[in-house]
Write a protein that binds this ligand. Sequence first.
Ligand code: 16G
Ligand code: ZN
Length: 540
Amino acid sequence: MSNLVVGKLKTLIREYPKPVGIVVDYDTTGFRARAETLPWIMIRIGLVAALRSKVKQGCVGVMITASHNPGHDNGIKLVDPRGEMLDQAWEVYANNLCALDDDAEVLWTYLETLMIELNIQPNDDAIIGIAYDNRESSPLLASIVKRAAQALHTVIMDFELMTTPQLHYAIHCYNHDEFHGRFNEISYFEKLCTSFQNLVMITPSNRSLESLAIDAANGVGAFKLAQIRRILKKFIPLDIYNDGRTGHLNEKCGADYVKHYQIAPDGIPLNHYSKFCSIDGDADRLIYFFIDKNNHFRLLDGDRFSVLFLSFLSLKLKEAQLFDGVKIGVVQTAYSNQNSTDYIVKIMKVPVVCVRSGVKYLHHKALDYDIGIYFEANGHGTVLFNDDLKIKVKAASVDQQRTEQQRLAAKQIHTFIDLINETVGDAIANLLATEVILFILNMNLDQWLALYDDLPQRLLKVTVRNRTMIQTTDAERRCTAPAHLQDRIDELVSKYPSGRAFVRPSRTEDIVRVYAEAATQIAADGLADEVQKVVEELTK
Ligand code: 16G
Ligand code: ZN
């Protein structure tokens, strides 16, 4: 066996050598870089995926995407058998493999040691499911992962073109008893569309749903949305723009662009609709926007989804007489607008916890609740419901001791749970969830936005010599290095009414991010500029 594996690895290494002196780091987003620099990493990740599958005795997912990055980038991340992000201990194995010399014998020695430590054999069964987004480089990178994994006796399930959340869901289904080791894309579309239709149909109303214009970032989501549009055409008109047929991926469009620049994307007719949304390149982020009556661009970001989903669920739990005793919590990051946090805590009386950026940190924390709602301000998030709560809600929906209104509310929650993709934030599922909540609550985007006013904010990118000089604590809200940086930020913040600012090194770009908010836009801009100057001065 070992000679065979070493032989296959030798061939792969010869074809896709590791550049000299390169150092990479698997973090919350996996690996991400210019596509042409990635092939050698694919070999290592293919091996890690195979081992992870052997250990877990389940199917492991491999997603090839660079999300909202430009089309020339690509990336890779692994999905654990429950459909969740890769266990953090395994990030270390991925990094260790990448740090080794480009030599098949060396790689094999490391793998052998690891297999002994993990108590697995090279020829134990392994299965991985691979999917990719619509970047030109994706099929080649996927083929390298497959070949490396196959060297370790691995069965490959080729999902080809999929969104990141679809792959998470596919992996969850594949490993879940209920699905008996099967998954096909139809079950994903059925889950979303059937629950959406049911929610619309059980809700008494004589209104119909208004058209939604979707900016699909010229990404893989466009192709999947086209199928949803067809299935749901009698229920909601979904008009897809930036659909990947002509424009470039994430170029002047997509959720990240719209959120970052706070402007409408190119390629969408602003005069024709009252509701718009943007998803990102791999369809795991969503933001909404509209043009108000004064012709101003208005954004509804991830914080707004937390508030909307929470309002809906609290109301329906109360109507179903299920609210008491249910532990609901909202998980946010440092980027969440302070006014959203205040609204949730002070007005809605629901606790908020802040964790560091990165979906897996939010997801993990949300598991502490019966209903855990988490969204990053950038539009990535979902809702998690624990099993007891699901059973309780289902029972209430058919409980003849309850009034019809109480049963209906329980049924609405139960159907809403079906619509949500609990494995990871899913822009397509969340878009349908948002539409149906607005329909049930009879709200338009103006009313949704009016729930609270955002504090003006400014986000800056700062280029420094070495971004790891900046170290943070307290969910990335305070700096511990370089010395004096936090004191200087505190001093600046104290000059601004409602001021708040923090600095953190990006994990996806070679820059430092500065965030500031304050009572006015001028003040937020001023505070961000002042903090930027201090960062530049102390990292010279
Ligand atoms: C990635 C993360 C996102 C986080 C962002 C921070 C996932 C799937 N995505 O996009 O959650 O907000 O990185 O990026 O975890 P930054 O470190 O460059 O600010
Ligand atoms: Zn994404």
